[in-house]
Design a protein around this ligand. Sequence first.
Ligand code: F3S
Length: 755
Amino acid sequence: MAFDIDMIKAVYSQIGEKIDAARKVVNKPLTLSEKILYSHLHADQNLESFERAKSYVNFAPDRVAMQDATAQMALLQFMQAGKKQAAVPSTVHCDHLILAKEGAKEDLKSSLTASGEVFNFLESVSNKYGIGFWKPGAGIIHQVVLENYAFPGGMMIGTDSHTVNAGGLGMVAIGVGGADAVDVMAGMPWELKMPKMIGVKLTGKLNGWTAPKDVILKVAGILTVKGGTGAIVEYFGEGAKSMSCTGKGTICNMGAEIGATTSTFGYDESMERYLKATGRADVAEAANAVKEHLTGDDEVYANPEKYFDEVIEIDLSTLEPHINGPFTPDRATPVSKMREEAEKNGWPTKVEWGLIGSCTNSSYEDLTRAVSIAKQAIDKKITAKSDFGINPGSEQIRFTVDRDGILQVFEDLGARIFTNACGPCIGQWDRAGADKKEKNTIIHSFNRNFSKRADGNPNTHAFVTSPELVAALAISGDLGFNPLTDTLTNADGEQVKLDPPSGFELPEKGFDVEDNGYQAPAEDGSNVEVKVAPDSKRLQLLTPFEPWDGKNITGMKLLIKAKGKCTTDHISMAGPWLRYRGHLDNIADNTLTGAVNYFNDATDSVKNQLTGEYGAVPATQRAYKDAGIPTIVVGDHNYGEGSSREHAAMQPRHLGVKVILVKSFARIHETNLKKQGMLGLTFANEADYDKIQEDDTFDFLDLDQFAPDKPLTLSVKHADGSEDTIKVNHTYNDQQIAWYKAGSALNLIKEKEKA
Ligand code: F3S
């Protein structure tokens, strides 16, 4: 299942027919993104002309990728579905839980000790259910996917926001929450609102110091961190064809930083070269046979204004290298303006660290271009003023660049080679002195630079740029250094200039690797035992949620009436709680601790109606549960906005909350509640929110007649003996009511699987 040419051929065998049918229904030429979406409709979904930004559509992605932090709950849930194998090819990648400190060898060893039980669990569950497993040290999910699995015209989801990286190889690849991955692995349809389409026309050709990274840094400056929300960004034009496949990957990767659903490029010769270089000549051959379907229609690219919702044009020939930051990836500054900007804003100009790598920029081309600068520094007797850290994207890349002497040059410059993993990109950087919280500047080739992201220090000013510019600025030790015009003083006191970088798109001697870190699953996993220690603090096997008994729920106490914003972070905080993502009972101790109690304006302080005392939300809820008393949570507008984290729905369910009643829901959270067998309801009359008091008790009057399009009625009994009867709406369809009855969507799948 690892290198699934048969699956790809099956996709290509129908692609032309499906696209022709879609073109007829839509009645206009199609963008590449539309071709991929329309050719991946789920069998349950009727073909119609879907309205962008309006229609909800059921898709059937070709594959699923998961990283170690998010895979835990996804796979624990998948185990509940009663399936023998994942319904589509799927992989797990151990990359987030690996520290960067001393260097690859030592760091990998200590991470295996610290998170060994999580890795062992992921390995055993992958083995059992036919899921490919990439061991710690094998590489970063998106680089490994690009090297092994991405294919033009394919559709993929992944439990990480930078899944979008695979757009560099012509996919529609979308970052999702664990619950979505479970749906697809269980063979259920995957729902997405039909995205808007943003077209980016690239003319000219990159030259000198400018790299593909500068295209997305420029686009981020134009569109800002929200500008791509709900849209697919599709790149086209001669400039797009002139760039390497991995360069396209970099551009798509950082589409996440403008909030885009995903980004993609049409199939071209750079992709063909990359597929062949990474051992997939068969995929290239299959793609060549259907290549007219793997790019947008000619008319679309000839008159983009007619077919895209927004069009941006960038001339690569005149594009200047950019440095974005600090603290936000859309603060774009051309390299020539950086000194002025830094001085104006009081940013420290001494560069302490230069970090190269991450899923964004760790290709052979990136590393060879960066090393060409490092080599010049050595040859021209310039000593690097900053520390260097390198995170290769995969073992295949690491092995190849080691073979080609590239790592040695970095090491000669004093660089530390970290594990092929996320490390400093996700706060897993044990940086000496970071706890002193000093104001300082670092420069890296990653994608995100929010406060504290790299080393936990809120005063670290992180700037994002291309690997070659990271190398130049780290060597100079000066954020204001412009290698296009400025000189450096060498060991002999001479003024020397760095020449523009040069590199290789692909290794001349081909890629090489001894052990790529992949572990294929068992052919028949039925006897494989999933490893979870019963006393584990980080992992806990799930027990199925109880089915509904068909009766009206009565005697529900108010747990909390949340005031104002209540995002998934307020419901299930991140930060230190991340380590419990695979342990529902432990992570449930953060449930709703960030929500503001309407009655005292405090967080994590609610009245326990049984004792009259105030206590933490989770503890109070556990007390109700122990007493066998059901509860209800009341909330404001857009309850559950933020991430698609399924924990925010699972935790209240696990603790015994029966109903979430709000003015309005964020749609993904509402769906997550339904999947977990919870009741997510809205006030028919928003003003009824004001009627809810601290000591209220709720009874359903007609839940026993739960049916689509039929509002429900709640009797709300107040402490003074008065009572209000309120109408509440719901959006459950027949299928979702069946989930509710079964206790959860997964329970229902399991029932069907047994039948
Ligand atoms: Fe890892 Fe950073 Fe990419 S956390 S997946 S290297 S964005």
